[in-house]
Design a protein. Sequence first.
Lengths: 356, 150, 386
Amino acid sequence: MVEDVYIEGAVLEISWADQKRSLTELIYSTVSKAVEDAGGSYDGIDSVVLAAHDLVDGRSLSSMVTAPAAGAYLRDEVRYSDDGAGAFAAAVARIEAGESERSIVAAWGRASEHDVEELSRALFDRIFLAPLGLEELHISALNAQKWRLNGGDCSQVEAAQAARGAAAKANPRALQQGGFRSTPAYPLTSDHLPLWADVVAAVVISKRPAGVKVKGLGLSSEPYWLGDRGIAKAPALQRASERALAEAQIGVDQIDLFEMDGMTLYDEAIALEAIGLAQPGEGMRFLAQDARCNPSGGSMAGYGVPAMGLARIVEATLQLRGTAGPVQQGKPRTALASGLSVTAAQTQTVVVLEAA
Amino acid sequence: MDLVTIEGKWDFNYTYFAGESASRFFHELRENQRIMGTRCTKCEKLLVPARSYCDVCMAPTDEWAEVGPEGTLETFTIIATAFPGLPPPPIVMAYVTLDGADTALINLVHGLDVTDIEAAAQKLNTLPRVRVKFVDEPKGRITDFHFELI
Amino acid sequence: MSAAIIGVGQTGYRRSFPDKSSRELIWEAARLALEDANMDIDGIDMVISGVAPDALAGEASVERTAMLGFGKPFLRINTGGVTGSSAVFAGNTFVKAKRARAVLVVGLERMGQATSSQQVFNTIFDPVYEKDFPLTTITMAALRASMLMRLYGYNAMHWAQIASRSFRNAMKNPLAHIHKDISPEDVLNSPLLAWPIHRFEACPMSEGACAVVIAHKDMVGDRTPAWIQGAASITDSYAMGDRIHRPGATLVDLLSLQMAAQRAYKEAGVDRPREQIRAIELYSAFSSAEAMAYPALGLCAAQDGPRFVEAQFTDPSIPVFNPSGGPQGANPVSATAMVRIAEAALQVRDMAGARQVADVDRAVATGQGGATQFSTVCVLGKRQAA
């Protein structure tokens, strides 16, 4: 790493179908709050890195209107159609490259404006998979069932779900009213599914020392063909986390707080195994019993692709600052956050943060 | 060996939330037949159509003010070919700065003879003054009004 | 300068490639770029993919169907018409940040699968205020072209001459989509789309893939580099109506391009662009849009634009525009801004074949996206230091 990069401002806003506000108004609100959180001034902000998807926003080249809402006017702005944690990594790279001193990073997904199932089906190739009516949730279900068949500790499923539910209820940032749950597929039940919501996350990062420092980044990918991927293993997450931890020069056992992106309860459990915190089959037990794991409530608190990696980063940041509210887990000094992309977690980004 | 092609149709459904500001703008069109702008609290420009924030200043707007009903044409085009899903040609489209506004607004221009496109273009090149004309039954959409040459 | 383009791959551009799947087009461009870079995929530390509106391909997240190499960091960018250059710039960033020694950047356009691109392009406009209008990229450009004619004295023949020049250059580019000897008169006789724009002033619907390999200076070795001397990107406000009254930078003053050019030139040590830049791969979706770029790129004053166009055909000291044929020759939307960079790189590396311009020490590639809302400028050079 060439430069130390800090997180100066971090805000997460989750809502549902707020008819008073257009998408751009939601983005403007969250970004303004993040800048406020970072000291209140746009001085020195020379870069805007965004994560959003045209099909989620409902228009082609949606960044034409959303970028200015995120502070892009006459600035160097780029929009990734990828997960928010990936955009975060790109923004960090800009500062490290000497191209930027201070950057806004924002990501959003407004589930109330579109049909999430329709969109999810559209992600699969038209030739081999779309005719099967496949959705990303089905991939999560296939992974979940494989985890169970591999001997995953199923006795912990209910407890893990209860823990997540309690956390989501206590999390002031979580969605308490509204939201959408799609149709579960065996072995998933409704409670395991994400609560689709209108999610906007924004951070301000900079070279200037602030409360939270970026210690490591790692990215990795898996093949397109589902049959070529490691089922129930999340190998891209494993590699990404190895890279991030190596850069941070720290082992997973030294991490105090985990915010793992996963569409369903099972994805979150598998994620904890992939990063080496839990042994294979034990991830569910960690979710049930280890308070360091997804104290935000995970995908139950509100889910809006492709914002989730950045949402995880915000939750981790608040924990490191001690400002997470009722879900604060003591005084963590290090945190690991992850974000996954379409299609069905094909690429992953892991970020290791430290209280500075 | 035949090359396989697969037919497809994308037809995604969306419900776009216009938000309170845009809703009020449309409400004013429908109920009061007037076009409203809002003023940026920082640069003080009157922005039309009305909006809740100024993206240049990244600051909220406050004051609502009516603009027009007359204005100046800034630039135009005459659409000569049909595009799928859009009204039949020829149509005149223009940016107009309504009196009092600091930004221009786009809408169609009616009432101009467009049988000779070049002649119509030359006429519009003189940047004539225009007036807002509302339809008989406004619905609270941008198509509730258009421009006419004065 | 820390980074250089050491490999370029292009599948060539056509209305459609019915025998290739999207992933095959990506692989083909990547393979060609790696070959040109004399590298294999294991030498690549990261892949960045540029794919613009999914609706043009009719495949959501089509870039993920073609992973290149095993387990590499991978990110996709979508910034509309500047996607290709945004992706190159992002690759440049990761190399400069020392997070990758070499990045493979691939742009894919798959609009060959679409029935009508204009229907898709209409969806880029604001669903709240603008969807009900025939606001398209064509009418957008027409609104500006009519303003340019009124303000600076351009006429229909200027637009036609620019278009004809592009087509004639494309005849020397085997990769281009259109190979037709179209004269200015042919342009003026083509159907009027939206006054004052004629059909032959617009770009074709092209598909294809383009890839470049960007390497850190320590990796270049004895390869032939095109050094990335300057790279800048600026985003303007969305509403064109907001720009009309902006002091000093109205609708036809491309402020975002001007700012991007100033930054890129400064980084590259360019202070006399008209003398120091030999070839310019300029993105403009319509021939009339090119006129807005001249003053923004510091090549002439806005009011001298018409004479600058005329001088292009008589004064050999003026930079050569779009030796590849530019977007009129081929416009694969997602990749198009990368194609400009790739072609500029070929010019600098003396690898442009029949379309090679002589003595290219420096070349510039520009990108435009949205209603000229996003602008990118890339300065490439033979020399590492300015």
